[in-house]
Design a protein around this ligand. Structure first.
Ligand code: NDP
Length: 282
C-alpha cells in the first residue's frame, strides 16, 4: 500500500475548511495564523508558501511577515511580543532555521505557548511528555494521522524511530508510546542499525540522508514512514528510504514527495484551529 499523504491531507483540508466556516459563523471571526520568515532561504520560502496556501484554502486569516536576513534578535522578539499581545492572533509560526545571529531557543521561548502552533515551546514539549493538554508538533502529529488513516495496528507493535531530533524523532516516539507501541529510538551512534530496523513493525525514519534505509534493513510487512526530504544534485527530491527497493516488501510506505510533507502542513492548520478554539472558549 502506498500511503498517499497528499490525498489524506487534501481530505483533511476540506474537512477543516468546513469546520473553519462553521466556527467563523459561530464566533464571528476567523482563526488567524501569522507566519514570520527571516531571510530568503529558498527551501524555507517554499515551505512558507505551502503553509500560506493551505491557510488561505481553509479560510484562515493571517499575515505573512517577510523580514530581511539582517533583522536583529531584538527586532524579531519585539514583533513576536506584539503578536502575543494581539488578541486577534491565534497562532504564530516563525519559520526555522533562523539566521545564525539569532538564537532559535530565545525565539521559540518568546512565542506565547497558547499561540505556539509548531508545538516547540518548552511548556508544550513538557505537556506532551506529561500527557497534559498541549500543542503537538505538526510532523509527528501528521505521521500519527497517516498511521490512523491507514488503520495501522499500533498497540503491542514494535516501532523503531530513526532520528532523535526535538521536532520529529523524540515527539513521534512519545506519540507512538502513547498508542502502546514498544518504541526504540535509533540514532547516529546506534550499533548495527540494520539489525535494529529489521525488528520494526513500524519504521519511522527522520535522518536527512538520501536512501539510507535499504530493503535489507526492513522486515517483510513493515509499515514504513519516510520523513526525510533530501534534494539530490540533479534537483530531485528523495526521502531517507530507498523507496523502490523497500516498497515491494513493506505492508505500507509513504512516498517522498507526497507522504509526510503535506500532512505536516495540514497539521499546522489543525493546530491553529485548536489554538483558536481554546482561546475563544476560555
Ligand atoms: P536532525 O538533523 O535534527 O536530526 C537527524 C537525526 O538523524 C539525528 O538524531 C541523528 O543522530 C540521526 N542520524 C544522522 N545520521 C545517522 C545515521 N547514519 N544513522 C542513524 N541516525 C542518524 O533532522 P530533523 O529531525 O530535523 O529532520 C530529519 C529529516 O526530516 C530531514 O531530511 C528533514 O528535512 C526532514 N523533515 C521533514 C519534514 C516533513 O514535513 N516531511 C519536517 C521536518 C523534517 P544524532 O542525534 O546521533 O546526531
Amino acid at each position: 500500500m502506498i500511503i498517499d499523504g497528499k490525498q489524506i491531507a487534501q481530505t483533511l483540508r476540506n474537512e477543516m475548511r468546513d469546520e473553519v466556516a462553521r466556527l467563523t459563523a459561530q464566533y464571528g471571526r476567523k482563526p488567524c495564523l501569522d507566519v514570520i520568515i527571516v531571510g530568503e532561504d529558498p527551501a524555507s520560502m517554499s515551505y512558507v508558501r505551502s503553509k500560506i496556501k493551505a491557510s488561505e484554502y481553509c479560510g484562515l486569516d493571517g499575515e505573512l511577515l517577510r523580514l530581511p536576513a539582517t533583522t536583529t534578535e531584538d527586532e524579531l522578539l519585539r514583533l513576536i511580543h506584539e503578536r502575543n499581545d494581539n488578541p486577534l492572533v491565534d497562532g504564530i509560526l516563525v519559520q526555522l532555521p533562523l539566521p545564525h545571529h539569532i538564537n532559535e531557543l530565545s525565539i521559540i521561548e518568546a512565542i506565547a505557548p497558547e499561540k505556539d502552533v509548531d508545538g516547540f515551546h518548552p511548556s508544550n514539549v513538557a505537556g506532551l511528555w506529561l500527557n497534559r493538554q498541549t500543542i503537538v508538533p505538526c510532523t509527528p502529529k501528521g505521521i500519527m494521522a497517516l498511521l490512523e488513516a491507514t488503520t495501522t495496528p499500533l498497540a503491542g507493535q514494535h516501532a523503531v524511530v530513526v532520528g532523535r531530533s526535538n521536532i520529529v524523532g523524540k515527539p513521534v516516539a512519545k506519540l507512538l508510546l502513547d498508542k502502546n507501541c514498544t518504541v526504540t529510538i535509533a540514532h547516529s551512534r546506534t550499533a548495527d542499525l540494520a539489525a535494529v530496523c529489521r525488528t520494526a513493525d513500524i519504521l519511522v525514519v527522520a535522518v536527512g540522508r538520501p536512501h539510507m534505509i535499504t530493503a535489507e534493513m526492513v522486515k517483510l510487512g513493515a509499515t514504513v514512514i519516510d520523513v526525510g526530504i533530501n534534494r539530490l544534485a540533479n534537483g530531485r527530491l528523495v526521502g531517507d528510504v530507498d523507496y523502490d527497493g523497500v516498497a515491494p516488501i513493506a505492508r505500507a510506505i509513504t512516498p517522498v514527495p507526497g507522504g509526510v510533507g503535506p500532512m505536516t502542513i495540514a497539521m499546522l492548520i489543525r493546530n491553529t484551529i485548536e489554538c483558536y478554539q481554546r482561546r475563544i472558549t476560555k
